[in-house]
Design a protein around this ligand. Structure first.
Ligand SMILES: C[S@@+](CC[C@H](N)C(=O)[O-])C[C@H]1O[C@@H](n2cnc3c(N)ncnc32)[C@H](O)[C@@H]1O
Length: 308
């Protein structure tokens, strides 16, 4: 069973404003909740083109769409980081949405190591058949102490990043780190007495982000937006990590400015012209009710913009 409760779906629809006849890109199909809602809004004359890397998400979405009688959802197994190429084939689009990170179904999948519950294989790729970035096991086997420290610090906000990296490097000399259990064993000395949330959350999140090159994919997708979208198209991004939200914020800022010369320059030499108008001054957060009902929604940040 593939289950995922969508986060901020009402707000996504409010800002994306899908209209009958439009063609919308959904970069993160997941449980297909956004895609199916958008497919109904654009109606039979419109279309949703949705990507996901995960074959399980694709299979589930196809079944769900068939059951719901939805015929205007085109599902493509691809990386949204390839948006430039995807848009050449399927675009241009009247809107684009990204709901970043992983789904609850992926977290619960016992064949993968997204969660530290139980002893699972250390595979955190969104596409287990073809890793988009590095295999998690290889990261733990080959990365140098400095590289591991950086990943834990930047992607995990882990306060003991260096200690965690040092423990991993010492552990792997004695025994390869192949399962989530091995990883927890290696990290045991820094995981004691760590408050209420599971102490390994930050390390697992960091490894997942590195495995899937999540920041790079997001940057590539954003960079493709100006050409992938029609003028007037809307962009909505929901993120769950401060680093991702920063990437979106900075991109929106840059693309909504006519000049991007350094502030010390008096006369503009860059010739940059804005391509976006920001429509969420501050990022939107989930309502108190949604956050109470779905803990995943608590860290969600929604930003939206219009292609000029
Ligand atoms: C939070 S879920 C999306 C949930 C979805 N909005 C829904 O309504 O059910 C994120 C999904 O994005 C996919 N994903 C993450 N990075 C991706 C990428 N670079 N390209 C394509 N899909 C990606 C994951 O495999 C996962 O299924």
């Amino acid at each position: 069973m593939y289950t995922h409760v969508p986060v901020m779906l009402a707000e996504v629809l409010e800002y994306l404003k899908p209209q009958p006849g439009e063609k919308i890109f959904d970069g993160t199909l997941g449980g297909a909740n956004y895609s199916l809602a958008i497919a109904s809004a654009v109606g039979p004359q419109g279309q949703v083109v949705a990507t996901d890397l995960d074959p399980l998400a694709i299979k589930n979405a196809k079944e769900k769409a068939k059951k719901a009688g939805i015929k205007n959802l085109q599902i493509v197994q691809d990386n949204f980081g390839n948006l430039a190429e995807i848009a050449e084939q399927h675009g241009p689009f009247d809107g684009a949405v990204f709901d970043l990170g992983l789904s609850s179904a992926q977290l619960a999948d016992e064949k993968r190591g997204f969660s530290f519950q139980g002893d699972r294989p250390l595979s955190m790729s969104f596409n287990p058949e073809e890793a988009a970035g590095e295999e998690t096991e290889n990261i733990l086997r080959y990365y140098k102490i400095e590289e591991l420290t950086n990943i834990f610090r930047i992607y995990g906000d882990e306060p003991k990043a260096y200690s965690a990296a040092k423990l991993i490097v010492a552990f792997r000399k004695k025994k390869p780190i192949k399962t989530t259990g091995d990883l927890l064993e290696a990290l045991a000395p820094i995981l004691k007495n760590r408050g209420k949330t599971n102490p390994a959350t930050r390390i697992f999140q960091a490894l997942r982000i590195e495995t899937n090159k999540e920041f790079k994919n997001l940057e590539n997708a954003l960079a493709a937006l100006p050409t992938a979208l029609k003028p007037g198209a809307r962009i909505v991004v929901v993120s769950f990590h401060s680093g991702e939200d920063r990437i979106v914020k900075n991109f929106f800022r840059l693309e909504s400015s006519d000049c991007i010369c350094p502030s010390a320059v008096f006369t503009c030499t860059c010739g940059h012209q804005k391509t976006l108008k920001i429509i969420t001054k501050k990022p939107l957060e989930a309502s108190a009710q949604e956050s109470a009902e779905n803990p995943r929604a608590r860290s969600a940040k929604l930003r939206a913009a219009i292609r000029l």
